[in-house]
Every structure is written in C-alpha cells, then in structure tokens.
Write a protein that binds this ligand. Structure first.
Ligand code: SF4
Length: 490
C-alpha cells in the first residue's frame, strides 16, 4: 500500500475507534499539534482539555495532529479533516518534556515550515506553544515560536484566539499577544519572561479538565481522564508543582468529577499532582469502583496509602501500586522536604501484596545534591527489603534541577557519577529487583535543556538533523552551549 494511503487509513482507523471526537468548521482553524505520537497525546489531559475548550467554548475550531508513529510522506495532516497542518490559521503545540524537542522540530518540518520563527514567511500560520514545559524553562524553545502561554492556558486561550482572528498582520498580532497576561512573545520580550498566566480555579467555567475523547489506542487505553485537583499544597524542593510555584492545591468536588464521566467510560483516571491529598478521594474512588469501572490514579504518596484505598484500587483493576521515594535516604528526603518515610513505603508494599497486587513500582532519583555513598547503601537496603515483600520495579532517574524551584541552581551530578551509581545499584539489586533507569547521558541532555537559554535552539536543530542520538546531542551542545560540557566527564 502506498505510504500516503496507509497514513490516511491509520487516521481513519483511529478515528473510528474514538468516542467523543469533536468536529466543527467555524471561525479560526487551529491545529493542535502534539510532538509525540498519537497514543501519548491522547493520554495528555492538558492536550485534550484545550481541544475541548476551543471546540465547545469558543467560536473557533480545533483539529488534532501528531508526530507520526513511523515513516511519513507529504504534509502532516490533521485528524478531523485530513487538512495539511501548514494550511491552518494557527498551529498550537503542547509540550510536556524537554526531550520532546526533536519531535517539535520534525512536526514543523513536516508542516512545510522553517523550524525557526524568524525564517518563516508572513503568510504562514503563527506558531504558539503551551504545556507543562512553560512552567519550568521555556527559553530554549522560544526561537521556534511566535508566542508561548506560560503556565495555565485555559484562562487566556479565548483572548489569544480573538487576537489571532483580529490581527492577521504578524507584527500587529505579536504586539497584541504580548498584552495578554502570561503570553510571552520572544521577538518582543527577548529573554525577559513575563509572569505566568493567572492560575485558574480548577472547577470554574469549562473546568474541571477532562478528556472528551476515549480511545483504546491511548497510552491509557479506553480511559476517561478527569482532573481531581490542580497543583499541590506541599513544598518538595525539587518539584515544579510545589505550593509556592502556583496557586497551591485547588480541589474539584466529587460531584463535579463524577458528572464528567460518560456512561460509556469503562475506566476512569483521576489526574492531579497530588491526588492522594484530595480529602474526598476514598468515597470518590469507591463510587467509581462500585459503578463497575476500573480506576487509575496519577500520583500516590506513600504516606497517604491506606488499606481501604489499596483494596479499592485492586477491585478497580490495578495490579501495580506506584509511588515515589525520590531521595535515596531519609536524610536526603528530609533535605528535599519530601516527607515520606521508609516505613510508609514498606507498609504500602505490604498492603499491595495483601490486596493481591502483583508488583510495586517505586520512583527514585540519583544524583541529588549532597548524595553520598552511604545514601545509596541505605537505598539498596530498603529496596531489597521491599523486594522481599512484593516484586519491585525501581524506576531510577537522574536528578535534574528545574527552574522555579529552590534547587534551580543545583549542579548536575555528572554523567560518569550517575552511571557509576546506576551500575552499582543494578549489581546490588538485580535480578531480585527490576531496575529501570534513565542513563546519565540522557539526564545530562535534559539538564542542558532545563538550564539553557535560547542558545539551545540551534543545538536542538543540529541534534535533530543528525538523528537525535546522544552523540549528535553531545556535539551540538559542545558547539552551542559549551558550559555544559564540564558534566560530561564528571
Ligand atoms: S513531589 Fe508531589 S508532593 Fe512534592 S511538591 Fe511535587 S507534587 Fe507535591
């Protein structure tokens, strides 16, 4: 089958398996572009929420497009109308992670657009970016876009679209966009970021956030996603969701959450940075499970896991209990203000075992500032103990300092240091404990993107052009941001 025909067939096939697709043909035509493939995009509550808000709460139309899963020929197409994305009135990206940068560049190229904003022509659609990345360090992405919405986009999306509709001439558009709270226009603001968009209430207007589309082809198959709360009331020093970074924790009532669940949803995912801090979580989960649906929670703090909760999660189809330790030792967790004790994680493991779950998954960071060999030894002891209770998967990630956190200036531990600790952990733990780790190399690339400025844009372009492997990133960062090279040998 010719490639272009197969591409359209895949789109039609996926659409035929969706429930809740929104089709409209009115006002501006906005391409919502996700720089990762369809399954990941459809598991993004933020992406699905903007799609719903534009189509249902503005006089404009949003259609979806994604980084292709494999080979792609010809212009990138939207799913709803099979229109070339480059012909739309506006292209809006949602970017979650630094390492999605090559996907963003490839999408722009597939749209027939020059990746850098200053190289694009005046008649081409403006490119706007939003999403979780804007809460951390948006500067490396600034040269690719005409504007960014910093922070929570729901409150400003209407005014932004009105600007695009009213000012077709690029320079006038940019100067009006720059007047919207939280909208950063790189050409005008340069590297001076305006304050983020005012935080929204989690339950007003078109909120709470929920996914209008349910599909078996999502990374969370056939799951209705709904925001149970927004933000966090805690203060972990490494986390961009911490209380002081936004408006704290904003709750959605259980009635409002339940009202979003359509009759055909057989699985429900409750989303939020700190879902287990929701005071009505247990009755909410119970109601959903009693209705015969499966349930998923996006975040479980070990000190909030109770026997009743694990029992309900087990009844709701969960076979894995997932939680985060973050710091390797008690001392480090105290320094990170994480507030989770080893005993609480051990208790969570026992509850998971007692309620018939098949494994515990635990997130840990290595390379945290001040980490010593003794911290790693303490971690090994704890993971071995948990591994004797229930099969354990340790998901170990290098610590990467993020902007807008108290640890924003903390140095990267170094590729060699991280990889040495990972090797040591594997040797001490496998095969009794399954270790899944992100290498020091990719932690370092993430660090350069999390800490770099606009000089990272040409580095991203070169790395993407040379295949996006680590060697390509290393050469590109050496050329454009050599200050990060000291952590290669460290
Ligand atoms: S790590 Fe979790 S508990 Fe800590 S601030 Fe972030 S979201 Fe809140």
């Amino acid at each position: 089958m010719p490639v272009r025909h197969a591409q359209k067939e895949l789109i039609r096939h996926r659409l035929s398996r969706e429930q809740g697709t929104l089709k409209k043909n009115q006002g501006l035509r906005v391409a919502l572009l996700y720089p990762s493939p369809y399954p990941l995009a459809m598991s993004s509550l933020g992406y699905q929420t903007i799609y719903r808000i534009i189509n249902l709460y503005t006089p404009h139309t949003a259609e979806r497009a994604f980084l292709p899963d494999g080979r792609w020929e010809g212009p990138l197409l939207t799913y709803e109308s099979l229109s070339p994305v480059g012909n739309m009135d506006l292209i809006a990206f949602s970017l979650a992670y630094e390492l999605e940068a090559p996907g963003l560049i490839r999408c722009l190229e597939l749209c027939g657009l020059a990746p850098l904003a200053q190289q694009r022509q005046s008649g081409e659609p403006p490119v706007i970016l939003g999403g979780p990345i804007t809460v951390a360090n948006p500067l490396p992405f600034a040269p690719f876009v005409d504007a960014m919405v910093l922070g929570e986009a729901e409150g400003v999306v209407g005014s932004l679209l009105e600007c695009v509709a009213n000012y077709p001439e690029r320079n006038r558009l940019l100067s009006h966009l720059a007047e919207i709270p939280g909208v950063y226009v790189p050409l005008l603001h340069q590297d001076r970021l305006p304050p983020p968009a005012p935080p929204v209430l989690a339950d007003s207007g078109p909120l709470p956030a929920f996914s209008p589309i349910i599909t078996p082809d999502s990374a969370f198959p056939s799951m209705h996603l709904v925001e149970a709360e927004r933000g966090c009331s805690r203060s972990c020093t490494f986390c961009i969701m911490r209380r002081s970074a936004g408006a704290g924790m904003r709750l959605v009532s259980d009635d409002q959450i339940l009202r979003t669940i359509p009759a055909h949803a057989s699985r429900v995912g409750l989303v939020g940075a700190a879902v287990t801090d929701h005071p009505r979580l247990l009755p909410l989960v119970e109601t959903i499970v009693e209705s015969g649906r499966e349930i998923g929670l996006s975040s479980l703090r070990a000190d909030r896991i109770t026997s009743d909760l694990v029992r309900l999660l087990g009844r709701g189809g969960n076979r894995t209990l997932t939680t985060a330790l973050d710091g390797a030792s008690r001392r480090l967790r105290q320094e990170l203000c994480k507030g989770v004790e080893a005993d609480e994680v051990i208790q969570a493991a026992r509850l998971a075992r007692d309620h018939g779950m098949s494994r515990l998954k635990l997130y840990v960071m290595v390379g945290v500032p001040g980490e010593q060999g003794s911290d790693i030894e303490e971690l090994i002891g704890l993971l071995r103990e948990i591994g004797q209770i229930i099969p354990l998967v340790a998901s170990i990630n290098p610590f990467v300092a993020k902007a807008n956190t108290p640890l924003k200036d903390a140095a990267f531990a170094g590729i060699r240091t991280i990889d040495r600790r990972l090797r040591y952990l594997r040797k001490a733990l496998e095969p009794e404990v399954t270790v899944k780790a992100i290498s020091g190399r990719w932690g370092w690339v993430e660090y350069a993107l999390a800490q770099g400025g606009m000089e990272m844009a040409p580095a991203m372009l070169e790395a993407a052009a040379e295949g996006g492997g680590f060697a390509a990133w290393s050469r590109a960062i050496a050329r454009h941001a050599p200050r990060f090279m000291r952590w290669v040998a460290g």
